[in-house]
Design a protein around this ligand. Structure first.
Ligand SMILES: C[S@@+](CC[C@H](N)C(=O)[O-])C[C@H]1O[C@@H](n2cnc3c(N)ncnc32)[C@H](O)[C@@H]1O
Length: 463
């Protein structure tokens, strides 16, 4: 049977592929469908037909899968924040494990690796310690809003809808953050709307308000508020900061990042302290960490502890080893490993994160960690010790091939690869597999209700 664009088909969804889409097969042809659950029987309309696959949109759900659940959030179905809310949590976990195994087999061509069932997140909602809401001068209106006449279309504060870069869904409650975050979000929206100062437009590149970033410390139950604007105009942001600081005793830090560039990122060229301290403190296990607005910190605090414990257990340290931690952020992994190693050297590009890492060591009375600030490649050239264990935790893009070669050249007996992207992890492990055995992988579900998964891979030198 040949499949053509515009055709309506009845299909059963086999599984979810990496990125979260469902796949069904029609006479061997892969048909990708958004917003489905394995086991769903659906009628779909083909919207794109290529030689080896087709893409289709749901027309109706004929028979729902046993893994379908009611999504608790009213924005589910529209918002890009957590597209898997309507899938039973246990099923999400098994799909994510399957994605890792598929990536190892098809991208890395690595066989026989033991991929353990993922560690579940203790919290399935309210688990995020950082949320980044965008301002926009173009509001994305979901179908149920289209008939309402009294809605301002030139203002939104919320999250992006998949596939739209300039329009934003105005959100008043996000279930991924602890509840107080929603009150702060409402207060900021109300202040900004009343101010008459326009939000920044991603097409027009005009306007002032760009992002609202909220960070929460679970241990201390305190908040950092980061207001990102397109220029410095203290008299416009200070009254908002004063209001929040006065109203919420939990808000202990308010900063203003100024981003004058066109790139849609919350990272400013510089930061102004508006109230309190320029950071919040968090505790993981027995260690305390300082986190500034722009430092990387794992977004699910409960799972971060499990992640670092796995790294510690996989490293097999006895106290005599030199450990190299690449992409060391605020020093969390070095600090977790410090009591079992002779020395831990971190390399990290962000000056702020390195400063935080040094402060974190001081605060935790740790003296055997040192940090090199710079790009990994340059940092590796300054290395004087030969590492016994190398831990890497790169961004989603994974590691450049020349960095992988440099790591291989140092021939540590153990490599631990921490990754938030199974595809780039599989690609990078493939480059190491000549000299290293990939022994096991422990996934940790940092991001419930999204297709994302964190993994820790343990590699051992073979010769
Ligand atoms: C996934 S985070 C890992 C942080 C840390 N391991 C943790 O768990 O908190 C990646 C880190 O790599 C840093 N980074 C990105 N590119 C880099 C590069 N080329 N050289 C050095 N560090 C880099 C980022 O600033 C970020 O702190």
């Amino acid at each position: 049977m040949s499949v053509a664009k515009g055709e309506v088909l009845k299909v059963e969804i086999e599984k979810l592929v990496s990125g979260g889409r469902g796949i069904a097969r029609v006479d061997g042809l892969a048909v990708f469908v958004d917003r489905v659950v394995p086991g769903d029987e659906v009628r779909v309309k083909v919207v794109r037909k290529k030689k080896n696959y087709a893409e289709a949109r749901i027309v109706d759900l004929i028979r729902p899968s046993a893994f379908r659940v009611k999504a608790p959030c009213s924005y589910s179905g529209t918002c890009g924040g957590c597209p898997w809310q309507f899938i039973a949590y246990e099923k999400q976990l098994s799909c994510k494990r399957e994605h890792i195994m598929d990536a190892l087999e098809h991208i890395g061509r690595i066989k026989g690796v033991q991929v353990h069932p993922p560690v579940a997140s203790p919290k399935q909602f309210g688990y995020r310690n950082k949320m980044e809401f965008s301002f926009s001068d173009r509001r994305w209106r979901p179908p149920e809003e289209l008939s309402a006449g009294n809605i301002r279309e030139d203002f939104a504060l919320g999250l992006h809808v998949p596939g739209t870069f300039d329009k934003v869904l105005d959100i008043d409650t996000c279930l991924l953050q602890p509840n107080l975050g929603n009150s702060i979000l409402a207060d900021v929206r109300s202040y900004v709307r009343k101010s008459g100062i326009p939000p920044y437009g991603l097409k027009s590149h005009k306007g002032f308000w760009r992002f609202l970033m909220l960070r929460h410390s679970f241990h201390y139950d305190t908040w950092l508020v980061n207001i990102v604007t397109s220029r410095e105009e203290r008299s416009w942001v200070q009254p908002l900061a004063d209001t929040l600081y006065e109203k919420y005793q939990e808000v202990v830090s308010i900063v203003n990042n100024v981003n004058t560039r066109r790139a849609a990122i919350a990272l400013g060229e510089y930061e102004i302290l508006l109230a309190g301290e320029p950071f919040i403190k968090e505790k993981i296990g027995r260690f305390e960490f300082t986190i500034s607005a722009n430092s990387f910190f794992q977004t699910n605090t409960d799972c971060a502890r499990r992640l670092y414990e796995i790294v510690r257990d996989y490293s097999g340290l006895t106290g005599r080893e030199v450990v190299l931690d690449l992409y060391s952020g605020t020093g969390t992994i070095p600090i977790f490993l410090s009591s079992r190693a002779k020395k831990v050297i971190g390399i990290e590009i962000s000056e702020n994160a390195v400063r935080d890492a040094q402060k974190n060591c001081q605060k935790n009375q740790i003296e055997n960690c040192l940090f090199i600030c710079g790009d990994i490649k340059a940092g590796l050239k300054h290395l004087q010790d030969k590492p016994d264990v190398i831990v890497v935790d790169p961004p989603r893009a994974g590691m450049p091939p020349d960095v992988i070669k440099l790591i291989g050249g140092l021939s540590p007996s153990i490599i631990i690869y921490v990754s938030c992207n199974p595809a780039t992890m599989a690609r990078d492990l493939a480059m190491l597999k000549q000299n290293y055995h990939v022994l096991e992988i422990q996934p940790v579900d940092m991001f419930p209700h999204t297709p994302h998964i964190e993994s820790v891979a343990r590699l051992e030198l073979t010769k």
